[in-house]
Design a protein around this ligand. Sequence first.
Ligand SMILES: Cc1ncc(COP(=O)(O)O)c(C=O)c1O
Length: 481
Amino acid sequence: MRFDFDSVTRRRLGYHLIDQIDAFFSSLPDRPVQLPLEQRSYGALYDPLPESGEDPRRVLDEICREMVDKGFHVPSANYFGLMNPTSTYMGVLAEALVAALNPQLATLARSQLASKIEMETVRWIGERVGWPGDFNGTFTSGGNEANFSGLALALASSFPESVEEGVASIGAQPVVYASAEAHHSLDKSAGLLGIGRKGLRRIAVNEAAQLDPRRLDEAIREDRAAGRKPFCVVATAGTTNSGTVDDLSAISEVCKRHNLWLHVDGAYGAGAIFSDQHRDLVRGIEQADSLTLDPHKWLAVPFAAGAILTSHPEILERTFAVAAPYMPKAAGARLPDNARISTQWTRRMNSLKLWLTLRVHGRKGYEELIDQQLKLTSSFAKWVETSDEFELAVPPTLPIITFRLKSSGLNPQQLAALHENIVDEVTRDGSRWISETEVTGHSVLRMMVISYLTEERHLQALETALTNALKRLNFRIQTGA
Ligand SMILES: Cc1ncc(COP(=O)(O)O)c(C=O)c1O
């Protein structure tokens, strides 16, 4: 079958797909997250490579049905998940438009308006961060790439020669610091940048699971005394496990004292900059030399959309710029080509979904979303606090609750096993999803409110599911009695 469908076919398929997407969206407030346990499978598909094509409507129907019926649905209101949202509908439409127009963001000469929209979106984010001076940045595929870029910027800022000569030219081990709770993308990035994973020093956290500034200061002094070269601290605004926000102002003081670059990994939590009421959750974020923010987390746009911004825009080109004869030139351009400030060359327009969502819902849409999710989690936290069986593990800051069984008689392995059993029970029928993880090395149950469709009734159903899970497990609190 040829690729150039006629207009009738394009419209027929397009409207049909929109109907399917609409039905899916209508089902989300009550949709199970996944199939019941006994029906789930994780194997490969073994269909042969299609030699000639099939009827597009039939294939589209089949794949929509299969993906909806058998998929794992992070957009469900019952997904109390990791940081994956229900997409805004404007975000969905933006994705279709971007796929159709396929703007190439590598260079200004070929993207023009698409680049202007991206730069405007970056400006909107940077203005909300509140940097006093210049800033710039770029969209990324997500937080991994943004954190990688942040460390690359820090390295190029501290050791400019390393961009051309490599990290060996630094003459000693460069060291970057992050809390024991910081995201694993930092380990990957340190390895890939040649710093080495061992060049990432994990600093112990305090009781609230925050990076301890005093221990950080000590570690920097130790490393300097041992001849190593500290150059960057990563503070997290919204850890993956517990949503903890490090004390950004205190860490920034340590960075200033030792002349180190401060990268803030706000992949999730930096979304709070869009709230006037809750901006304080990330107080001090404007001290960051660079910042990761993933619109595909709290800002509810479809994957993939991350962003890296810096208050030292000149370092972007120092880090990423290369020249090649085939790069089209835009006569009179006063802005750097995207490829000169990004790890990527061919680049998708990941900004439009946030730009369109902001145009339609405004910042106030996010103000409401953030407030609604914080209220819901505080109501769930109250339920935990008044429960006979559970207790909070870490005081919640963002819409993530970590909690555990009150279990004085259990050892850590038994407690972790029980938590896993509870998760299995709660998720067995597929209706809803929570997880088990570790905070400060201890097993916890974890739930977060991430869908804008989640309401109080979904939390009540989760509370009932947790209570029933305990009954089924026949759990008795070990009171020592
Ligand atoms: C704190 C934090 N940073 C970075 C990342 C990586 O982001 P992404 O999955 O978009 O690459 C995550 C992912 O959950 C995260 O929680």
